[in-house]
Design a protein around this ligand. Structure first.
Ligand SMILES: NC(=O)c1ccc[n+]([C@@H]2O[C@H](COP(=O)([O-])OP(=O)(O)OC[C@H]3O[C@@H](n4cnc5c(N)ncnc54)[C@H](OP(=O)(O)O)[C@@H]3O)[C@@H](O)[C@H]2O)c1
Length: 246
């Protein structure tokens, strides 16, 4: 039986992934800041076959509560095999440029808090001798663009942090997976017009996340074709890129 902690368990992508784990009889520890939605998700996962589901209320940016969350997860599960860090927000880029308090809060939510939690689980997994830290980043972290560089910079921070963490933990038998989805049809992207081949459903991304964890991958683009798209975007010379309205 796999023992899984999910941070941001009310996320659509996280819940779709939790459903796949539930059908395999996993024990799940759900962490989120909305108690009612956590309870609804927990009930759904029990019906789908989860061995055990525990809900824990925590705001990921409330750093002082991280240690208590980890202790509660260990008390509930007896050990942890996978930590999926999924929480995130899609900042209003223009508003952040003007409101620097908001700017900082968005970088905390999407960047700093993710790195701190990844480090906390990494430390635990080293002591345990195994485990996987899986983190949902974004293709947006691959290159800064004028339309969303607050979000992109936070996701870029996560990518670089995980690179270093993976490098440090490789010899300890601990996996560090960065998941980079493209456009996914979830509440986060409610304001977008979701038409075209580039849009994926959370269920498809969830399948890719499980597969990447099982294969011990380091970095995965979901769906796969985003690897090629981002390769092209990363390789546009800066001289040209800075003139594009992206
Ligand atoms: N949708 C996309 O197109 C897309 C693309 C690339 C990457 N991603 C990433 O995928 C992940 C999941 O997003 P999603 O698409 O599934 O969107 P979502 O359904 O809107 O989920 C985001 C979740 O993050 C939670 N959250 C935000 N701030 C939090 C905090 N401080 N503490 C705890 N939980 C917090 C939210 O909880 P509340 O319910 O309490 O607000 C919400 O459940 C995010 O990291 C996102 O950046 C999404």
């Amino acid at each position: 039986m796999q023992r899984i902690v999910i941070i941001g368990a009310t996320s659509a992508i996280a819940h779709a992934t939790a459903r796949l784990w539930a059908t395999r009889g996993a024990a799940l520890f759900l962490v989120g800041r909305n108690a009612e939605r956590l309870a609804v998700n927990a009930a759904d996962l029990r019906v789908r076959g989860a061995e055990k589901v525990t809900a824990h209320v925590m705001d990921a940016t409330d750093y002082a509560t991280h240690a208590a969350m980890l202790a509660a997860a260990l008390a509930a599960l007896g050990g942890i095999d996978v930590a999926l860090i999924a929480h995130g927000t899609l900042p209003d880029q223009r508003a952040c440029e003007a409101d620097l308090v908001m700017l900082r809060a968005e970088i905390e939510a999407n960047g700093v808090s993710v790195c701190v939690l990844a480090q906390a689980f990494g430390n635990y997994f080293v002591a345990q001798g195994r485990g996987t830290v899986a983190v949902i980043g974004s293709v947006a972290g691959d290159r800064g663009r004028q339309s969303n560089y607050v979000y992109g910079a936070a996701k870029g921070l996560v990518a670089r942090y995980l690179e270093g963490l993976r490098n440090r933990l490789a010899k300890s038998g601990v996996g560090v997976l960065l998941i980079k989805p493209g456009f996914v049809d979830t509440p986060m992207t409610a304001a977008f017009e979701k038409k075209g081949l580039l849009w994926a459903q959370p269920e498809a991304v969830a399948g890719g996340i499980l597969d990447a964890i099982e294969r011990g991958r380091d970095v995965v683009y979901l769906p796969w074709f985003w690897r090629g798209i981002m390769w092209v975007i990363r390789h546009i010379p800066e001289r040209l890129f800075k003139r594009l309205s992206l």
